[in-house]
Structure formats: C-alpha cells, structure tokens
Design a protein around this ligand. Structure first.
Ligand SMILES: Nc1ncnc2c1ncn2[C@@H]1O[C@H](COP(=O)(O)OP(=O)(O)OP(=O)(O)O)[C@@H](O)[C@H]1O
Ligand SMILES: [Mg+2]
Length: 507
C-alpha cells in the first residue's frame, strides 16, 4: 500500500469563463495533517469539492486516488461511504433539527420501517463526548453558536467512521478558545490515525498543527512544504501565496484626529428575550474625525451588540443612554435612518452579510445606494459599471466579470463584495465588525489600505476585531470590553497584547 491516503494527479476544473484549477497535483500522507493555503479564489474549496464528489467525476479532468483506488464519486454520499468527510466553509447543518438528528441524518437504520431514536440519542452522546460538546443531544441546532455547530459537524463525521477529514476554514468564525479546542481535537484525531486536510487563512494556526503545507496560487499547486524539515515560516507561505514578498502587513498612516464626531454616553442595551439582562452596560466612548478605534475583548463581551444597537437598534429594542453625532443627539430606530445620517456597518455574520446571492456583483454593490448612480430616478448603467469595476480593482475581487452572480464567488471574495457595498454608500462613520474574517493576507492589507484612505479623506472608523495584531496595527485607540462593560482604553503608543488581555480580564 502507498504511504498516501489521497493522491491528486493533474486535476483541472473549469467553470464558465473561469479555470478554477489547473493541473493540480498533491499527495496527502496517511495520518498527517495537511494544510492548504492560498489567496481568496485560489481554488482551495473547489479542489476539496472535486475530491469529495460535490463535483462528480466527469466534471473535472485528472485523477483522484483515495486509499489507493481511483475515486469515482458521483456525490458526497459516495465519498462518505468510503471514509471521507468534508466540513464546508459555510456550515451545512439543518438548523431546525436536533443535534443527534443532524449527526445521524441520512445514515439511520430502520427496523420494519421504524427508527430506534433512543439508540441514536445514546450513540450521539458517545461522539459528543469525543468532541467535547456537552449539550443534550435533543438540543435544536439553531440554538447553538457557530463553534458548537462546528463540533456537531465533526461529531457527524466521526459517526461515519471517517478516515480523511477535510476542514474548510474551520476556525474562521471561532474565537481563540474555541479555535484552540478545535485544533487540539484535530491533533487528537491524528494520534488515532485519522488524516486531516485543513484549509486556513490563519497561518499561525497552520504552523501550529500541520505536518505538511501545500500552497495554491491562481488554481495551480505551487509548492508543498514539510513544516519541520523546511523550518517553515509564515513569510515563506505568504511569499508563495501572493508570488512576492509582502513586507508590510499594516500600511503606514499619518494620524491626526480632529474634532469629536460621535459620542456615546451611558449606553445600556437589554437582552431582547430576558429583559433584565444588560448585554451592554453603561458604555461611554467617543470617536474623532480621522480616527480608527478598535474594540477588543473576548467573545460575548458585548462588542457586536453595542455596535448593532447604535446602528439603528439592529440589536436589542430596549436601550438607554445618549448617542451624539456631530454634537447633535440622535435616535435611530432603523438601520436605514442610521445610514441616512452617515453611518455604515459591515456585519460580522457571514450568512446574513446582506448579499443577494443570486444577483451579480455589480447589483450587490450598488443596489442599496441607487441615488449615487442615478439621475432623475433613472439608473446610469455606465456609471454603475464604472463604480463596480473600481471596487473590483481596488479590492482585487477575483472574478471574470462584475456580472458574475455572487454565489459563484469564493468565500473571501463574497466578503470583499460586502465591503465594497458598504464603502459605496460612502459613510462618514464606518463600523466594521471583524472586517477581514476569511480574507487572505494580501487582501487584508488591501482592506487596511482602504480604511486608511477613508481616514485620509476625513472619515472615521470603528473596528471590532478579535485579531489583536490587527487592532494594534490599525487603531489610534483601543477600547477593551468584557461582560458588556468598557474595562479600559489604551492609546496606540501604550497598547500591547498583554495589556489588552489584562484589561479584559482584570479591568
Ligand atoms: N460555481 C461556480 N461557478 C463559477 N465560478 C466558480 C464557482 N465556484 C467557484 N468559482 C470560481 O473558482 C475560483 C476558485 O474558487 P474557490 O471557492 O475554490 O476559492 P478558495 O481558494 O476557496 O477561496 P476563499 O479563500 O475565498 O474561500 C474562483 O475564481 C471562483 O470565483
Ligand atoms: Mg474557499
């Protein structure tokens, strides 16, 4: 038997107008953790879809061997039967079913047409234990956070006797604790002989767990590294990903904040279901013209809820306190009124990004600010095209055309459309919640550059970020939150990772 559990030979995959993969070859050793890195749109997810039968044999050229046999999968069900499980970039559970139903969905046995539910509830506990999810199996999946949903997916993979586990950006929506837990789980699986292929933009995590790293660029396999043998560093991966050295991850910016443009005083937001719980508790802060603020703190600190509640009560209908914009007290009862007053908000939630997936890039960028491309109520098509092309260039949205429907874009490129759409509305105060989630290192720098140019144009930015290096690299001041409260504020000069963590925990 070969030492490889998976062999990909000269795989080429075309979509109309796009060659997503070209002659990709790559081998995965039995029992290893193999990471795939590459920019947004490099072809990572597509490659995994070819291997696992999402795109059936015949949809691509080239050969795939799994456990020494050529894979002839017509669907995901086929590859699952052979011991290959894929956990997609966007989670794929049935939200209204219970945990245990999700785990065994599609592979429950019946006796005289009857399913023995109790047996499956009991069995599911076994797998939930392994992944460390201590929720009753009857819990409805939509009640779980993303991190826990991911664990349910993994439990489901385990229940199917998986030998090769493919994880497409498994930690992109997880916080640090959850990510660490998940990575440890993958390491634990390795001890038990399960092979993993992990796609990730978080290069530090890649170096922590992977034995081997393969870099894809523009649909081609560029190089495979042996993490230990090659003394692999993040810089080495990045160089192959983007095809050049990326010297400065956080572009320089001159900082000279002006007058206060937004002031929040004693802002308290109550939980929508439990009316005496304060999700945001007596928060006060201010934002100046030409300033970037970062809000840091652990998951559940109330950062997103604070920003959403300020943005026209998009979270929590009951709030108290004062919001002043340019010195005037304002009450926004809808996001529309907030937008009309010059606020913009980019949400952290990928699923409700505010994209219309079946529409094209151009329409997605312009449809909520039509006045900017119309005259006397008539849309100027040329102008619309010009604007959309500008964003495509500035943010390097990888697509054959701005007429491409958004569903066909890679995850990271969809995120870039969301950013474009918000920028197009030209807000004076832009709130971005985890702006670079799922975005590759090169594109991150592009987005940072765009935020900097907004500042240069006299706008202001509030950034909610879980990535401390990002907050430290970008912000003029950093507010640290925990348990709904502001625990402290640090200037750019005094801020360090340690100080931020200390403030969050001790205050
Ligand atoms: N169904 C489709 N129709 C047309 N083009 C597609 C389709 N799916 C993917 N593509 C294109 O194939 C290329 C590779 O996309 P893929 O999703 O594999 O990238 P990725 O490396 O996973 O990126 P990301 O890091 O953003 O998730 C992109 O140019 C994308 O637009
Ligand atoms: Mg992808």
């Amino acid at each position: 038997m070969s030492e490889y559990i998976l062999e990909i030979k000269n795989l080429t995959k075309d979509f109309p107008g796009v060659r997503a993969l070209e002659n990709v070859s790559l081998n995965v050793k039995k029992g290893e953790i193999h990471s795939i890195c590459g920019e947004n749109g490099a072809g990572k997810s597509t490659l995994m879809s070819c291997i696992s039968g999402v795109y059936p044999k015949g949809d691509y050229e080239g050969k795939v061997f799994f456990k020494g046999h050529e894979a002839h999968y017509h669907s995901v069900k086929d590859s699952e039967k052979e011991g290959l499980a894929i956990i997609h970039q966007e989670l794929a559970l049935s939200p209204y079913l219970s945990i245990y139903e999700n785990i065994f969905l599609g592979h429950m046995e019946t006796k005289f047409g009857v399913i023995n539910w109790n047996k499956y509830i009991k069995e599911s506990k076994k797998y939930l234990n392994i992944v460390g999810l201590h929720e009753p199996p009857e819990t409805i999946v939509s009640k779980l956070g993303v991190g826990k949903q991911q664990l349910v997916e993994i439990a489901r993979a385990l229940s199917k006797k998986t030998e090769l586990l493919i994880l497409d950006e498994p930690t992109s929506s997880l916080n640090d604790d959850e990510s660490e837990k998940l990575l440890n789980l993958i390491l634990e699986f390795k001890k038990q002989g399960i092979t993993s292929v992990m796609i990730s933009h978080k290069l530090n995590e890649v170096l922590k767990v992977a034995d081997t790293v393969t870099v894809l660029r523009d649909g081609k396999s560029i190089r495979t590294f042996d993490v230990k043998g090659d003394n692999l560093t993040e810089e080495m991966i990045i160089k192959d990903m983007v095809g050049r050295d990326l010297t400065q991850r956080f572009p320089e910016r001159k900082s000279s904040p002006g007058e206060t443009v937004m002031e929040v005083k004693n802002w308290t937001v109550y939980h929508p279901d439990y009316h005496n719980i304060k999700v945001v508790d007596n928060v006060s802060f201010y934002l100046r013209k030409g300033e970037i603020l970062a809000f840091c703190g652990p998951m559940g600190a109330g950062r997103t809820e604070l920003m959403m509640s300020l943005f026209g009560k998009s979270y929590g209908s009951r709030s108290t306190g004062e919001l002043r914009i340019n010195g005037k007290t304002r009450t926004f009862n809808s996001s529309r009124t907030a937008i009309n007053s010059g606020l913009g908000y980019i949400s952290e939630d990928r699923k409700s990004l505010g994209l219309v997936l079946i529409q094209d890039i151009k329409t997605n960028i312009t449809h909520s600010s039509l006045s900017k491309i119309s005259q006397f109520g008539i849309i100027d098509n040329q102008k619309e095209i010009k604007e959309a092309e500008r964003y495509r260039n500035d943010l390097n949205i990888r697509t054959p055309s701005i007429n491409q429907i958004v569903r066909n874009l890679s995850g990271g490129n969809q995120q870039k459309v969301v950013v474009s759409k918000t920028l197009f509305a030209d807000p004076d105060i832009l709130i971005v919640d985890e702006p670079t989630r799922g975005i590759d290192v090169g594109a991150k720098t592009e987005i940072y550059g765009i935020l900097n140019s907004l500042i240069a144009a006299g706008k202001s930015v509030i950034m909610v970020s879980s990535e401390l290096p990002e907050a430290l690299g970008m912000a003029d001041r950093i507010y640290v939150m925990n348990e709904g409260k502001i625990k402290g504020v640090l200037s750019k000069e005094e801020a360090t990772q340690e100080k931020i963590m200390h403030l969050a925990l001790v205050g």
